[in-house]
Design a protein around this ligand. Structure first.
Ligand SMILES: Nc1ncnc2c1ncn2[C@@H]1O[C@H](COP(=O)(O)OP(=O)(O)OP(=O)(O)O)[C@@H](O)[C@H]1O
Ligand SMILES: [Mg+2]
Length: 236
């Protein structure tokens, strides 16, 4: 569960803690997918690094929260808090263009976490905002145990049938072309470079943080090149 935190820039942030159960890859997915979405024109709240000091953890009264804070000393992921935002419920449908961009983003990054049970979309300031991308890019959870396979990720189908914006989205062919023009290998490299080193855990197969960064770029480049496998409406 994320926490609402006032930082020393006086901003309020929804913070995902590095010490929470799902681990560091979830924070990486938030940055990569959030920034890919932003590059395409999806409204994504600003993402920041929140440096949690040990002092804050030490003086926390609730034992469970104290454990989480103690495990989270260092850099955590903050997302600009949108005060008074409503959860998306379809009563004011998203624009078809926004729906198409969000569906494309989720299909490309294999994000299954945008269903009616859990839309992970907010309505705020007249716009639909995309949040919570921690479930995307599942492949990195296996990197500690086995060799990365960009081919496998590139070929992974996407089931759009339960996606919350599916019926609004229309044809994604043109969106895919535009997305490929924006998300060039250089742009993807720049986005991957936003991830702090301390969220990247070297392993036998990826022994340095640079090797991990290169592998993220490779996975995304190959995925973009294989829309027949995953783009809703393509190849079928
Ligand atoms: N930037 C934000 N501004 C306002 N409210 C937010 C923001 N981010 C998250 N929330 C609220 O907090 C809830 C949980 O956030 P989020 O979905 O990112 O976390 P989560 O741990 O994945 O939770 P869940 O498992 O319920 O999806 C959201 O459904 C939303 O109501
Ligand atoms: Mg959520």
């Amino acid at each position: 569960m994320p926490g609402l935190v006032e930082a020393d820039d006086l901003g309020m942030y929804v913070v995902k803690m590095r010490g929470a159960g799902q681990g560091l890859p979830v924070l990486v997915a938030e940055v990569l997918v959030g920034e890919m979405g932003r590059a395409l024109g999806v409204a994504v709240p600003e993402l920041v690094e929140v440096d949690l000091s040990g002092e804050i953890a030490r003086f926390e009264a609730d034992e469970e929260v104290q454990d989480l804070l103690t495990a989270s000393v260092g850099l955590n992921l903050g997302m600009d808090y949108l005060p008074g935002a409503f959860g998306y419920d379809g009563s004011q449908p998203a624009d078809p263009e926004v729906a198409a961009l969000v569906l494309w983003l989720d299909a490309c990054t294999s994000n299954v976490d945008r269903t009616w049970a859990n839309p992970n979309l907010l309505r705020w300031g007249g716009q639909v905002w995309a949040i919570d991308h921690g479930a995307a890019l599942w492949f990195h959870h296996a990197w500690a145990r086995k060799a990365p396979s960009a081919d496998r990720f590139a070929a992974q189908p996407f089931d759009a049938s339960t996606h919350v914006l599916r019926d609004l989205a229309g044809d994604l062919t043109e969106v895919h072309e535009r997305a490929c023009a924006v998300l060039t290998p250089q742009r993807l490299t720049d986005i991957v470079d936003l991830v702090p080193d301390e969220w990247l855990t070297p392993s036998e197969h990826l022994p340095t943080t640079q090797a991990i960064r290169d592998e993220y770029v490779r996975h995304l480049v190959q995925r973009l090149a294989a829309p027949d496998a995953w783009l809703p409406g393509a190849g079928r």
